[in-house]
Design a protein. Structure first.
Length: 209
């Protein structure tokens, strides 16, 4: 019997994950059955269960995959030295993040934003996945704190504001824009960039003006 290569095994696992991701983004985790997954990926039950024991394990794999991609996107951009201005930095992160799973997009919309919403909801009820999310968030905060400290060292941001507070706010802008994409449809990254550029360029009004 011919030995199946690791490359083939990895490709088959990716096929299952991608098909499940499309369904989960479209219908939600709990409205999707394993039978739906089998039909979507056009594989037998035996072929799918070779990789995943059931829907819970498949959900866990999707959650870890999504969070891993998000972490990689943030970390790569935040490592730039010196970092670009916040609007460009956040825009670069958001652009790469929204590009995750772009090959799976269907019906004219992106799979990733609704999938992220499903992931966030799932971590509320699943303690193991909540720990994974907390670990990713901690890593992101540390990476973005370093970026903010670089801004402060370069005189681009006031040094008397907590770098952690600024980092959390920058992360929140990306999270919020992803949520908007999921709830209200796609919008270009430039929308967020323009808004950030306007907000960060604000100055206090002069007395009597």
């Amino acid at each position: 019997m011919a030995r199946v290569s690791q490359e083939h095994l990895d490709a088959r696992r990716r096929q299952i994950l991608d098909g499940a991701a499309r369904l989960f983004a479209r219908n939600g985790f709990h409205a999707t059955s394993m039978q739906d997954v089998l039909k979507e990926v056009d594989l037998s039950a035996g072929a799918v269960y070779r990789y995943f024991s059931g829907k819970d394990e498949l959900i866990a794999a999707i959650v870890k995959d999504v969070l891993g991609e998000v972490r990689a996107s943030f970390e790569e951009v935040a490592r730039q030295s010196p970092p670009p201005p916040p609007d460009l930095l956040v825009g670069a992160v958001l652009g790469r993040t929204l590009g995750v799973y772009s090959a799976l997009d269907d019906d004219g919309g992106s799979v990733f934003p609704p999938l992220v919403i499903q992931v966030w909801a799932e971590t509320v009820r699943n303690k193991e996945l909540a720990c994974v999310l907390a670990d990713v968030f901690t890593t992101l905060r540390e990476a973005w704190v370093r970026a903010v400290e670089a801004y402060q060292d370069a005189g681009m941001m006031p040094p008397d504001i907590s770098a952690d507070h600024v980092a959390r706010t920058m992360i929140a802008t990306v999270q919020g824009f992803i949520a908007q994409q999921a709830l209200f449809g796609p919008a270009p990254v430039e929308v967020l960039q323009d808004g950030l550029r306007a907000l960060t360029g604000m100055r206090a009004a002069e007395p009597g003006s």
